[in-house]
Design a protein around this ligand. Sequence first.
Ligand code: NAP
Length: 342
Amino acid sequence: MKAITHTKYGPPDVLELKEVDKPTPKDDEVVVKVYAASIHPDVWHVVSGLPYALRLMGSGLLKPKNQIPGTDIAGIVESVGKDATQFKPGDEVFGECVRGHQWTNGGAYAEYVSAPEDALAQKPADITFEQAAAVPTSGLIALWNLCDGALVQTGGKVLINGAGGGVGAFAVQFAKAFGAEVTGVDHTGKLDMVKSIGADHVIDYTQENFTHSDERYDLIFDIPGNNSLSSCKRVLKPKGKYVLIGYDHFGNAGKLWLGSLPRFFKLMMMSPFVKELPNLNFSMPNKKKSMLILRELLESGKITPVVDRTFPLKKVPEAICYLKEGHPKGKVVITIEHVTKT
Ligand SMILES: NC(=O)c1ccc[n+]([C@@H]2O[C@H](COP(=O)([O-])OP(=O)(O)OC[C@H]3O[C@@H](n4cnc5c(N)ncnc54)[C@H](OP(=O)(O)O)[C@@H]3O)[C@@H](O)[C@H]2O)c1
């Protein structure tokens, strides 16, 4: 099969399109014929091997352990492992092809991938493979950090910083679905899209710093993390909460060894003593249950994936550069044409 291969860490042009063996499923996995896959900033982190700490978190110390990048897919089940019971060949599915977190290569940028069945869900019939592939990692990050902690209250005022990116476009829609009044902050060119997915108010970060506003929020959901906790606290209501998602601006934050980790650990250590921070939670949420929630939200029309642009499989390096530098609205998606025989 054709696949994008990643044999050494570096800029996106270290990736090469090659012929490789088709995968076979482990007992609890299914092999999916991939029609679309998507990109998120952690794909750039794993391809570049930065920050270096990430290499110790499963991606491979000196070179990538799994040599096919990407974690998010949509496609059709081709074969199932001996203990996989949830899907059968011919089922249309979407989800992640990694078991735990997404700071590792999962094999998505290929004609076929073997994925754990618990990280997949049936694809809703009325969305395309491209739309479905745009959902998993970004949707899960938004869901786990915004909704699982019941942080969004009906009628509450929620500010989403970075609302026009991959995670932000889902966070806006989740917050609206939960009945909140939403303010989306992002780059000038993304604000029409942010309004179109339901934001009640928008702020252009190139013109205005939201922490200087007179508005007060019940929740700040902060993807870029470009303001300090103390300046964000200034625009929180007395019982308001602050959630940091964390964003290294594709290495431009300059923290090559540890990235955002020290800031996260500091907030975690502070959380028992700072009422604006959510409670400590070290457990990995249940991916299978979360994928079912995402499927229901898609089927009910409460969320609609925003796809900025698609690239063919051979252009994965260009697609990663576009995510980093092109100010995409929502998600960048890879489409995969099948020319090899099954
Ligand atoms: N906490 C978690 O559970 C968790 C788990 C996995 C991953 N992550 C992290 O979550 C992040 C997800 O990002 P994503 O997929 O949403 O990335 P993205 O698609 O690049 O979106 C980030 C958005 O933030 C905007 N932005 C940049 N600087 C800003 C500023 N100063 N003020 C307001 N908005 C600004 C960007 O706009 P521009 O186009 O202008 O740059 C972009 O629209 C990644 O960095 C990933 O590492 C978090």
